[in-house]
Design a protein around this ligand. Sequence first.
Ligand SMILES: Nc1ncnc2c1ncn2[C@@H]1O[C@H](COP(=O)(O)OP(=O)(O)OP(=O)(O)O)[C@@H](O)[C@H]1O
Ligand SMILES: [Mg+2]
Length: 273
Amino acid sequence: MIVAFVSKKGGVGKTTSAVNVAAVLARLGHRTLLVDLDSQASASLSLGVARADLAPSAYDLLFAKRPAAEIVRRTAIPNLDLVTASVDLVAADLDLAPLRDRELVLGRQLAPLRAAYEWILLDCPPALSVVPLSALAAADGCVVPVVPQPLAWEGVDLLLAAVSRLRERFGTGPRLLGLLLTMADSRTRLARETTRLLRERFGDRLFTAAVPVCTRLAEAPAWGRPLVEAEPESRAALAYAAAARELIDRSASGETGPASKIGVLGTDPARHG
Ligand SMILES: Nc1ncnc2c1ncn2[C@@H]1O[C@H](COP(=O)(O)OP(=O)(O)OP(=O)(O)O)[C@@H](O)[C@H]1O
Ligand SMILES: [Mg+2]
């Protein structure tokens, strides 16, 4: 199953969530591949890859510059493999632009890798440009991290509209596996109130698990080890463990429920393996 961690908004916890959820899935024994699609390479660095060692990267995968076997690397976590990002990705949108059906290129390149993994998680850059749209087109499902702040859902609506357009154009698009609350600070009234509004608006489309604000989570990228590995008993790590288990359940159930009301697209069982 290919899952894109995506949002038009920056700094909402896409990378932190993709990295920690990937590590939990791998520890649960699921063969997992994390593909870093953001030229900032935060996911790659968070998993301990040195900045000088980022190539070959997702750019080489996209444009078939090298065989996938030379691009995919092992990580220190058993069952977790990684395709790094590199600065080349800055050019990917432009390089893809002239191609017909450019949004489908990533899916084609990932197709041969599907058989080797139960999960392929895509960490997207904060935009709805060609690369993240390609990630959505390639994905069976998407997870949208949301920080409980006013207007949090504006980005969500834009994202759902983009998914609808993809489906119209290519007949393919991910189902929304859920909105994941991150940096949820239950001590502030604003966060509690926004969380209540989000739950009212999106119902069970919101993950039950919510990731609290946690400074250790912000520090973890510098350790080159996800928090779920370094401090698995911390509150934020436990929240990511719960989110990963929920992701497994949500992806297994074909239920679309109230999703249609907010323009979320249904499951296409043929694409789930
Ligand atoms: N629960 C949390 N508590 C505190 N800090 C967090 C939490 N989650 C993420 N952070 C920190 O917030 C910043 C943004 O998180 P992250 O990089 O995961 O977001 P992103 O959506 O991937 O950002 P971008 O859009 O730039 O790719 C990072 O410095 C990260 O370490
Ligand atoms: Mg990121």
